[in-house]
Design a protein around this ligand. Structure first.
Ligand code: ZN
Length: 286
């Protein structure tokens, strides 16, 4: 597969790619400087707004606007970042962490999890219902990361990066209830980070310190490795008119000058033609 540099973004911690089919743009975040980006592949233009604190996730909202999960909690805002309204204050235990990866599901719920750098088990994983209530789904989470759902909605995939693999849950799309957590994939090349699920139900998993995105079947068999010219691959999402372009984010954070000299594309947004389509991204229904 041919990998293009869609945007030489130089992101410190590029994350959370999300295709917005209404505007035909890719939203993504640079977590540490607290930037929410909007990349228009038609023009190549990328703009951003500042949140004023680290931001782990941007999600869409039915009827317009965005959901943001930040260092201090969960907010709604307009697409340009104005009109920010806090829904919930959330902190790690001990405090000092932030929201990391999150996503809206096809049934209108928003899911996201937290982390505290350098402290295992300080985070949690949450589900925000359309009525605004926030449920704690998991505690004792270290680095809450990728998530996705099978096309039939009966399975949820979840990564706590520090566990070194991808887990699955049984998922009830009627209620959002999850149960029966079990290991699907052990990742032996770097660390599993963000993920997305394609229309055939396969998983595409970004590998932090793994220089790649890998594809796995729903039963956990490795079928493809997409090599990328950056070490810290953070997440991926399908976009474009036919949802057949895989957009991949990456990071520069923590790399030495020597490392960065060897990987000038670190922090870029990559794009590749995946020869398969993604699923329509979910939006929070609240
Ligand atoms: Zn991540």
């Amino acid at each position: 597969m041919i990998v293009d540099v869609a945007l030489a973004a130089g992101a410190r911690l590029g994350e959370g790619p999300l295709w917005d089919p209404h505007a035909a743009v890719l939203r993504w975040v640079d977590i540490l400087p607290g930037l929410v980006h909007r990349f228009d592949p038609a023009s190549g233009e990328d703009t951003s707004f500042e949140v004023g604190e680290p931001v782990g996730t941007v999600a869409g909202r039915r009827g317009g606007g965005l959901v943001l999960a930040t260092a201090s909690g969960i907010f709604t805002c307009a697409e340009d970042g104005t009109g920010r309204t806090r829904l919930h204050t959330v902190s790690t235990d001990p405090a000092g962490g932030r929201f990391n990866d999150g996503k809206a599901d096809p049934w209108g719920r928003f899911w996201g999890g937290t982390m505290l750098e350098g402290t295992d088990g300080a985070g949690a994983f949450y589900r925000l219902e359309p009525d605004g209530t926030l449920h704690t789904v998991l505690t004792n989470v270290s680095v809450s990361n990728g998530l996705g759902w099978s096309p039939d909605g009966r399975t949820m995939y979840y990564v706590d990066t520090r566990t070194g693999g991808v887990d699955v849950f049984d998922h009830d799309p009627e209620t959002g209830a999850v149960s029966g957590r079990r290991r699907l994939v052990d990742v032996e090349r770097g660390w599993p980070d963000g993920l997305t699920v394609d229309a055939d139900g396969n998983l595409w998993v970004a590998l932090w310190d793994g220089w790649a995105v890998r594809r796995y079947t729903p039963d956990g068999r490795l079928t493809d490795t997409v090599e990328l010219p950056a070490q810290r691959i953070t997440s991926c999402a399908f976009g474009g008119a036919r949802l057949s372009t895989l957009y991949v984010t990456s990071a520069r954070v923590g790399l030495s000058e020597e490392d960065l000299a060897r990987q000038p594309h670190a922090g870029s947004l990559f794009a590749l033609d995946a020869a398969v389509s993604g699923l329509t991204p979910g939006e929070w229904a609240g």
